[in-house]
Ligand binder design. Structure first.
Ligand code: HSE
Length: 307
């Protein structure tokens, strides 16, 4: 019986001002899914140690269901998910599973889906975790690198330049919050002042140019978001303190990764931010939270690894 395996990397969404628009694939973690037909069933059966097993609550299962529905195919599928991306940390865990599942399913059924269609299906799967669809994790997980969404209906995107001299550290506080993404999205304002919109738009443009040039000081200047990130300090009381610590360091640019709690820090690859990281770790220890810090490079797009 044919088996297809595919992987997709972790990702960091928003990157400061780019709420639901910008995402970066991260090489350090990846999810792998394996698909095979189940001749004894016409359902999707999910096997995973860490994730919900009900299709509607599982981003990979839901993405596969959406593909089968559109293609009007009724077959049973066994879906095994091996999690490498930490769950609930703002590192695109649900998006990685959905992206890997869509990549595997595209190969399994020989669909030749366009990248826009792949993003759309993975985004519909992502809704199982976030409550409403957003594509800023699944797009980088599928495409790799730095990606901006330019339209959601229909989906469209841009691949963006990311300077090879920029390195990243991920700070993973030991915080677990049930339904974290839904909660983090519920605190996002529905309406914003025009001045915030103008500032955010300028920041996004400056941010993209700085990712391209590798100028960390400029990246830091533009990696600010008056609209969404600041509101999430209600959920993450340590966020403001870490942001304040980062203000002392011109050569580190910091953002809440996706819906948090992880923090992504960008620096020049020849200038390790050891003092900054020590200060952050001390702060999180003092708050009784603690953290793990890992390095990441830019991730590749999802791939089929075995047939
Ligand atoms: N852009 C989304 C958010 C990413 O910030 O809610 C969630 O992973």
């Amino acid at each position: 019986m044919k088996k297809i395996k595919a992987f997709a990397h972790a990702s960091s969404a928003n990157l400061g001002p780019g709420f639901d628009i910008l995402g970066l694939a991260l090489s350090v973690f990846q999810d792998t899914v394996e698909l095979e037909e189940d001749p004894f069933s016409s359902r999707i059966s999910i096997f995973s140690n860490e994730l919900p097993l009900a299709v509607e609550n599982n981003t990979a299962g839901l993405a596969i269901k959406k593909i089968l529905e559109r293609e009007k195919i009724r077959i049973g599928i066994k879906l095994k998910i091996a999690k490498g991306v930490p769950v609930g940390m703002g590192l695109g865990s649900s998006g990685a599973s959905a992206a890997a599942a869509v990549t595997a399913m595209n190969e399994f059924l020989g669909l030749n889906l366009s990248m826009q269609e792949m993003i759309s299906f993975a985004m519909q799967g992502e809704a199982a975790a976030a409550g409403d669809p957003h594509a800023d994790n699944v797009a980088p997980a599928l495409l790799g690198g730095l990606v901006a969404l330019t339209s959601t209906d229909p989906i469209d995107f841009m691949n963006l330049n990311f300077n090879q001299n920029i390195s990243m550290k991920l700070i993973l506080p030991y915080v677990k919050i049930e339904n974290k993404t839904k909660i983090a999205r519920s605190v996002v304002p529905k309406e914003i002042p025009l001045k915030d919109h103008t500032l955010n738009t300028m920041n996004i443009l400056g941010l993209l140019r700085s990712f391209e040039s590798g100028d960390i000081e400029k990246l830091k200047k533009y990696m600010t978001d008056p609209i969404v990130e600041s509101k999430r300090s209600i959920i993450y009381p340590f966020l403001n303190n870490i942001k304040n610590i980062s203000m002392k360091y011109r050569d580190v640019a910091v953002a809440l990764s996706g819906a948090g709690p992880s923090i992504i820090a960008f620096h020049d690859k020849n200038n390790e931010p050891e003092t900054f990281l020590n200060e952050v770790a001390n702060e999180l220890n003092m708050q009784g939270i603690g953290c793990k810090i890992v390095e990441s490079h830019v991730g590749l797009g999802s791939r089929v690894t075995q047939e």
